[in-house]
Design a protein around this ligand. Structure first.
Ligand code: GFB
Length: 425
C-alpha cells in the first residue's frame, strides 16, 4: 500500500476502508506527494468515555491544522479498560467503528483504526511517544502562558524498557506494540500549538501523544466553529442509532418525521436552527448516580427529589412519559419509578447480544441518543455524559430552554444551570 498522498485529498487506501478520507474524493493524482505521517494519542486511564470524546476533538483539530501543510492521519485509540464499564464481558481493543461512524469522522480529518495502522505500517511499532505532563515548577510567576519543553519524567508512568531497549506500555491492550523512543514533554499549550512541534521538532512517521488531555482547546473551544465542526463529525455508528431509533418508535411513539429530527447522512450538509426540532412526546433525564453520590454529593438530589423535578417537568410540558438514562443500580431505578406512579417510566435494557456486540459504551450511546430526541431533557450537574447529550440536541436544532437544564439538589427550586453553547457553522 502506498503511504504517499497528495496534500489535499486523502482517501480510503483499500477495500477495507483503512483510511477514512477528509474530503471523500478519489486520490488519483500523486504529483507532489509527501509521505503520510500518523498521529496516535491516549488519555489518562482514569478518564471516562465522554471526556475522552472531548479530547478527541482537540486532537482531531490538531490533525486538521497539520493537514493544511502536510498529510497526517489520526490513528484512533482503541477503547477499553474504562473505570465505568463494569459488565462482565470482553471490553478491550474495542475499535472506534463500534461506537462511531468512521465515514463521518473522516469527513473532518483522515482517520484510521489502530489495527489498520499496524497493517499499514508493517508492524505494531510507534516511532516516538511523547508523554505529556505538567511543569514541575508550576506556572511561571503565577501566570499561565504557552510553553513546551522536553523534561525529565515527573510522575511514574506505565512505560518500561524491554531487554531490546524498546518501550513497552499499555498501548490499548495490544501487547505486541512497542515504541522506539519515549520522552516526557512538559506542556502548557493548546492542542493546535503542537503543530509546529510535530512538523519541525520530529521527523518520525508515527508519533504518539500520551496524556493528550493535557492539551487544552484554547482558541478552538466550544465558542469556535472548529470545535463544533469536529463535534458534528462525531456521529454515532449507524447500527447504534438504528437500535435507539427502533426503541423510540416502539416504546416512546417517537419518529424523526413526527419529531422533526430527520438526520442527513452527511453531517456537513446539516444546519439546524433553534426550534427546528420538536422531539418525541417524552421527557428524558440523565440521572448520574454511583460515584457522583460522593464525588458531587452537594449537588446530587435524592431519588425522591429527582422525582419531584421530573413530575414538574412532565406537567409543565404536558407529557406523560419519562425516559430514564442512569448508571444507577436496578433498585434505585425501581425506587425512582415508585415515586412516579401515574406516569410511564421507560428505561432501555439491552439484550445479551446487543450488550456483547456494543459493550457498555454502546449502551450508554443508545441512552444518549434516546435522551437527545426527547421534547425536554434534564441532565446531571457537570456530567460530561449530560453535556454530550446537550450538544447532540443543539446539533439537532432544539430550543435551548428544553436542553440546558439540570437536576437541582434537595430543597432547591432553582440552581445554577449548565452553560448554553450555541452550535457554530
Ligand atoms: O462518560 P463519563 O465520563 O461521564 O463517565 P461523567 C460516566 C460513565 O458511566 C459513562 C456510565 O461513560 C457510562 O459508562 N454511565 C453514566 C451511564 N450514566 C449513564 C447512563 O445514563 N446510561 C448508561 N448506559 N451508562 C465523570 C467521570 O463522569 O465523573 C470521571 O468521567 C469521574 O471519571 C467523574 O468519575 C466523577 O462526566 O458523568
Amino acid at each position: 500500500v502506498c503511504l504517499c498522498v497528495t496534500r489535499t485529498s486523502l482517501q480510503r487506501e483499500d477495500a477495507d476502508g483503512i483510511v477514512y478520507s477528509a474530503d471523500g474524493k478519489d486520490t488519483t493524482a500523486f504529483g507532489s506527494a509527501k509521505p503520510m505521517r500518523f498521529l496516535l494519542y491516549d488519555v489518562n486511564p482514569g478518564e471516562g468515555f465522554n471526556l475522552r470524546r472531548d479530547v478527541y476533538i482537540r486532537v482531531a483539530n490538531l490533525v486538521k491544522f497539520l493537514n493544511e501543510d502536510e498529510p497526517w492521519t489520526l490513528v484512533l485509540p482503541p477503547w477499553g479498560r474504562l473505570y465505568h464499564w463494569k459488565s462482565n464481558i470482553d471490553q478491550i481493543k474495542v475499535p472506534w467503528g463500534t461506537f462511531f461512524d468512521l465515514e463521518s469522522l473522516g469527513r473532518h480529518v483522515p482517520v484510521m483504526e489502530y489495527k489498520d495502522f499496524i497493517k499499514m505500517s508493517g508492524g505494531a511499532v510507534i516511532e516516538e511517544v511523547y508523554y505529556l505532563q505538567r511543569y514541575k515548577e508550576g506556572w511561571k510567576d503565577g501566570k499561565w502562558e504557552e510553553r513546551m519543553d522536553i523534561r525529565d519524567c515527573l510522575d511514574q508512568n506505565y512505560y518500561h524498557k524491554d531487554e531490546e531497549g524498546a518501550w513497552r506500555g499499555w498501548f490499548w491492550g495490544y501487547e505486541e506494540t512497542k515504541a522506539k523512543k519515549l520522552q516526557c514533554l512538559s506542556v502548557q499549550a493548546q492542542a493546535s500549538s503542537m503543530k509546529p512541534f510535530l512538523m519541525h521538532n520530529t521527523t518520525a512517521r508515527s508519533v504518539m501523544l500520551d496524556r493528550a488531555e493535557e492539551l487544552i482547546h484554547g482558541a478552538y473551544s466550544e465558542w469556535s466553529i472548529e470545535w463544533w465542526t469536529a463535534r458534528r463529525s462525531m456521529r454515532f455508528s449507524k447500527q447504534l442509532r438504528d437500535i435507539a431509533d427502533k426503541f423510540r418508535e416502539q416504546e416512546l411513539d417517537s419518529t424523526d418525521e413526527k419529531d422533526r429530527t430527520v438526520l442527513l447522512e452527511d453531517w456537513t450538509k446539516m444546519r439546524r436552527k433553534h426550534g427546528d426540532a420538536l422531539g418525541g412526546p417524552y421527557l428524558s433525564i440523565h440521572l448520574r448516580r454511583r460515584d457522583y453520590l460522593y464525588a458531587h454529593k452537594e449537588e446530587v438530589p435524592s431519588l425522591l427529589y429527582a422525582a419531584e423535578q421530573i413530575k414538574s417537568g412532565l406537567e409543565k410540558h404536558k407529557l406523560k412519559t419519562v425516559f430514564v438514562a442512569t448508571d444507577a443500580p436496578k433498585e434505585e431505578f425501581e425506587e425512582l419509578k415508585g415515586y412516579l406512579q401515574g406516569y410511564k417510566v421507560v428505561k432501555y435494557t439491552p439484550t445479551k447480544e446487543v450488550l456483547e456486540s456494543f459493550k457498555d459504551g454502546g449502551i450508554a450511546i443508545i441512552d444518549q441518543w434516546i435522551c437527545a430526541h426527547a421534547r425536554v431533557f434534564i441532565g446531571s450537574y457537570v456530567s460530561t455524559f449530560s453535556f454530550r447529550i446537550q450538544e447532540e440536541r443543539e446539533i439537532l436544532g432544539f430550543s435551548q430552554d428544553v436542553t440546558y437544564r439540570r437536576f437541582c439538589p434537595d430543597g432547591q427550586l432553582t440552581c445554577e444551570q449548565p452553560s448554553k453553547w450555541v452550535v457554530k457553522y
